[in-house]
Write a protein that binds this ligand. Structure first.
Ligand SMILES: Cc1cc2nc3c(=O)[nH]c(=O)nc-3n(C[C@H](O)[C@H](O)[C@H](O)COP(=O)(O)O)c2cc1C
Length: 319
């Protein structure tokens, strides 16, 4: 997720456990070959963030070879093609969801990608611009025929807001059309949501978005409670988690790259608190990471742990 699933947050996810596959933010394939891996917050990663899939925004098959070469140098564990982002800034270049509207271009891109990597190759899609079963089926089967190994489906249409109930039942339809694993995405914020989603669509896996940013221990809870993984229930102490995030961005990124990322994270993290909007607005108006840390400390002093976190407090501890 752009601005969010960089190394700092991925390390926190890994610390709690339960994640089968981590992902980078969407990365412009065109820029990837010249990005400086030592300082780019998009590319910095550590050994604890494994396996790590790199998500590409591609608009033409000509971008594939240099991008794949760069991903091989980075020792990517998997490659994901973004075909779901409907943002105008992405669409105007012909990337993201625009590829679902230009299936022939998508086909050339996937075919070229398949030729140039042996890495697992996945695609992330939405359901379409409108509900059109035939178009969606043709698109999904085309992806499979061209060599995509796994599909992740954000179960909403192009223009549907994130607030809308996702259409998980459509994922069940996709599962019936393709033989490759299908991962469900959209609207999973709790273990209960995860269970409901699986009941509705029978997906082969779950992809967490905002729910994981708000509650980075959600992977661990789902792995334990739904998939029966032998992981201790997470102990969550929100102020410690927040300070760990700050320590990590300080350690990983150059000063000018830190505050923006802290603000992005806080926007979601603050939802753990009843009065989280206060935390969020205090951090949004902070001028430095240290000022933000101090303001957050005052907030934490005055706002005790919400019940949901107290309930999660059994088992391993976040470092
Ligand atoms: C701030 C933000 C950034 C996102 N960035 C990406 C991205 O880089 N790549 C991607 O495939 N989806 C991205 N998404 C979409 C999410 O991956 C996910 O499909 C969507 O949020 C629905 O899942 P959720 O309801 O679990 O959040 C982003 C969403 C948000 C809110």
């Amino acid at each position: 997720m752009a601005g969010l699933t960089h190394s700092a947050l991925r390390q926190i996810f890994s610390g709690f456990g339960g994640v089968g596959l981590l992902s980078t933010e969407m990365l412009w394939a065109k820029r990837l070959p010249t990005e400086n891996v030592r300082i780019s917050p998009y590319l910095i990663s550590t050994v604890s963030e494994k396996p790590l899939s790199y998500q590409l925004l591609v608009s033409s098959d000509r971008e594939i070879v240099p991008a794949m070469d760069a991903l091989h140098r980075l020792q990517a564990d998997a490659v994901d093609l973004n075909m779901g982002c409907p943002h105008w800034s992405v669409g105007k270049s012909g990337s993201g969801f625009a590829l679902m509207e230009q299936p022939e271009n998508a086909r050339r891109i996937v075919s070229q990608a398949r030729k140039h990597t042996l890495l697992p190759l996945s695609a992330k899609i939405r359901l379409g611009a409108e509900l059109d079963e035939e178009a969606l089926k043709n698109f999904c089967t085309m992806l499979e025929d061209e060599g995509v190994d796994m599909l992740s489906v954000h179960a909403r249409l192009k223009k549907e807001s994130f607030a809308r109930t996702p259409r998980w039942e459509w994922i069940a339809g996709i599962k019936g059309w393709v033989g490759i694993p299908v991962v469900a995405n959209g609207g999973i914020f709790t273990v209960r949501d995860a269970r409901d989603c699986l009941d509705v669509c029978g997906a082969d896996g779950l992809m967490l978005g905002r729910g994981a940013v708000i509650r980075p221990w959600l992977f661990a809870e789902i792995a334990r409670e739904i998939y029966g993984r032998d992981i201790a229930g997470p102990i969550v102490f929100l102020p410690a988690l927040y300070n760990t995030f700050i320590d990590l961005i300080n350690e990983l990124y150059r000063p000018e790259r830190r505050l923006g990322r802290l603000k992005e994270f806080t926007y979601y993290f603050a939802r753990n608190y009843q009065f989280g909007h206060q935390l969020s607005s205090r951090i949004q108006s902070s001028h430095s990471v240290e000022e933000a840390r101090e303001r957050a400390a005052v907030f934490f002093e005055n706002n005790s742990l919400p019940q949901s976190c107290a309930n999660a407090a059994t088992g391993t501890k976040l470092n």
